[in-house]
Design a protein around this ligand. Sequence first.
Ligand code: HAH
Length: 334
Amino acid sequence: MNTETPSLYGAYAGTFKIGAAVSTRTIRREGDFIAKHYNSLTAENQMKFEEIHPEEGRYDFAAADEIAEFVGKHGMALRGHTLVWHNQTPDWVFEEADGSPASREKVLARLRDHAAEVMTRYKGRISAWDVVNEAIEDKSDAYLRETKWLSTVGEDYLEQAFRIAHEIDPGAQLFYNDYNETDPVKRDKIHRLVRSLLEAGAPVHGIGMQGHWNLYGPSIEEIREAIELYASLGVRLHVTELDLSAFRFDDQRKDLLEPTQEMQDLLTERYEAIFRLFREYRSAIDSVTFWGVADSGTWLDGFPVRGRLNWPLPFDRQLQPKPAFWSILDQARV
Ligand code: HAH
């Protein structure tokens, strides 16, 4: 009897890529497991601005290079995450030496330097870049998030970022990436943003739906509506950061050391329904990436509630497949 677990990406070959967020730590410790199940990787943190370019003129590519080499060795895809974001970006980018706000020209020049250095280094190896991450405000009455990119450069900072990225690497697919992307109000704002970028002639090729969802929502219908709306813009879709928290976002409960049986059953059912839906839209979706390789490495341990464990992925803390894994696998065959 063959008891070996089948490859997750193998099961979805010809449908879409199956990816995971990794770090140098996870590729060193769990390299064989990662290479078996995933054919696309994203650096969870190690390609972010503050990691790669902590001070003006000083770049540190050691970790990013190690990930890119692993990807090359295994013939995987690599997603670049991320160029323009309000988090994990050092303050110097937006400041003069005396701490006052830098001019629009200076911030754009720094963005251009950064993008040229990073995108050129991985040209031909990073096939898709999250050029801008999370630029839309969550509060329903506001449109763009108030960030230092917005206050220093102005409202066209997204358009500028996409134009710069395209000039530097014309072969890369350029994405706008965001979370709460299925919320009807935020969804419409993301749609409006990407539509206006396209109308201005900006080179936006795709929308990244992060997919930080939970066991209770969003509904399959809400996810479907978001996919339909985004795909109607004629751009490609990547699910970039999929995980299903065991808790609603405002649930503060901290008492569990293991998921309840009900949580495990819901995880199985939700992953099954979500992958059934993704498969239905495979003509629009090219890639589905989990935010972590297994529960042992999830960012949701400790976020948004400190000291709390979570179990959002199809593999457990021992890298063993959960029933949710088998339900995802079943959907590949139907
Ligand atoms: C994502 N933010 C980021 O894109 C990623 O770079 C980071 O490692 C983790 C998650 C998502 C997010 C959220 O779901 C809720 C509040 C703030 C940010």
